[in-house]
Design a protein around this ligand. Structure first.
Ligand code: GDP
Length: 365
């Protein structure tokens, strides 16, 4: 009691007070493995992906997009596990200028395919997201109805690095999606020229969406992209636009006849459609089925996949050697030296590159 009284008088009285809250979420302290992505092992990811856990699939794709060395290891193992389950999906590339209706089309066609019993994944390669933080595709709400459908999975473009890097990540994401049982994978890109070749290298069938314009239709999109298309769809063929769309269809048909035939025996065609009103989606699907019958029948479907695999092999080696060279600390130092000499015209670019390459190969001999 004596003590209590003296405490009451004291200016530095200690109150009973409340318990200090935990600085760290106690759940995290109890089960760190469950809450830290690096602690999910590849087998757990694989199990979740196979059972159709979309949240885990999403996290697994984030993992494969990571550049952290410890994540790369887990990602590599996960891809190895998923590979045997991949390859069975139909891979559809889709391109077209911004505003042509790609996301509207993927949404209505995707829902149409889901109704037919398919499961649909949508991956995106957005070259604009590699240069700046902004992106042509990413900053609007896209494919809302498809996004909430249980049978669909939508993943926006990876944004790190170069087109080659993003394309590689997209291929890996495709393997994961296929292992998750999505049997139709869309790879969408913006029809502005850089990324179509990369997409063509990873899909079975390439759709090009176009608009009926005034006269100069072929100017809007590069000839090379038209040549890559297995099917051209003149979108927005509805309302007052219908006649113009039919006219454009005939013009493109004429233009296609001027291109050399494709070795797989497929004759690309043109059709009109309305993504907004879901018109002609059946015709589009019939055309794709016809393509599959032809190319699976004559073996070119498989040949195409094989040559894509071989290209991927060469490209991976190319990229790995490139990265090894430019990330090597000794090379980095020498690059600075040679850059100065080249800019000062003390050394020609040929001499400089030869010297540096000799130095590089000398490191291993
Ligand atoms: P993206 O940039 O290629 O993905 O194009 P969007 O799908 O976002 O479509 C751009 C605009 O065109 C949107 O306002 C859509 O509603 C509209 N749109 C898309 N498809 C059609 C169509 O078939 N008919 C009409 N009338 N409008 C469409």
């Amino acid at each position: 009691m004596e003590d209590g009284k003296s405490h009451k008088k004291s200016a530095i009285r200690v109150n009973a007070g409340v318990e200090k809250p935990e600085a760290v979420n106690p759940l995290l302290q109890q089960k760190p493995d469950k809450f830290r992505k690096s602690h999910i092992n590849p087998r757990e990811y694989f199990k979740g992906i196979k059972t159709g856990d979309r949240a885990l699939l999403s996290r697994a794709i984030t993992l494969i997009e990571s550049t952290l060395p410890e994540d790369r290891e887990t990602a590599g193992e996960l891809i190895r596990l998923c590979l045997p389950l991949s390859g069975k999906a139909l891979r559809l590339g889709i391109t077209g200028v911004p505003g042509v209706g790609k996301s509207t089309f993927i949404e209505s066609f995707g829902l149409y395919l889901i109704e037919k019993g398919h499961r649909v994944a949508v991956l995106t390669i957005d070259p604009s997201s590699m240069r700046s933080r902004g992106s042509i595709l990413g900053d609007k709400t896209r494919m809302e109805k498809l996004g909430i459908n249980e049978q669909a999975f939508i993943r926006p473009s990876a944004s790190a690095g170069t087109l080659g890097g993003v394309a590689r990540k997209t291929r890996e994401a495709m393997i994961l999606c296929e292992a998750a049982g999505y049997d139709i994978v869309f790879v969408e890109t913006v029809g502005v020229g850089q990324s179509e070749t990369a997409v063509a290298q990873m899909v079975d069938f390439f759709l090009l969406l176009m608009l009926a314009g005034g006269g100069d239709e072929l100017q809007g999109i590069k000839r090379g992209i038209i040549e890559m298309a297995d099917l051209i769809i003149i979108n927005k063929a509805d309302g007052e636009n219908k006649n113009k769309a039919n006219l454009a269809k005939r013009e493109y048909e004429n233009a296609l006849h001027l291109f050399p035939p494709i070795p797989n025996g497929w004759q690309p065609s043109v059709m009109t459609a309305s993504a907004l009103y879901g018109e002609n989606l059946t015709l589009v699907w019939q055309q794709i089925e016809k393509f599959l019958r032809l190319t699976k029948g004559n073996g070119s479907f498989d040949e195409n996949r094989k040559s894509q695999d071989y290209n991927l092999f060469e490209e991976t080696i190319h990229q790995t050697i490139h990265d090894h060279f430019f990330r090597h600390p000794e090379i980095k130092k020498q690059l600075v030296k040679y850059k100065t000499q080249i800019l000062n015209r003390q050394l020609s670019p040929y001499e400089a590159s030869q010297k540096l390459l000799d130095f590089y190969f000398g490191l291993f001999s």
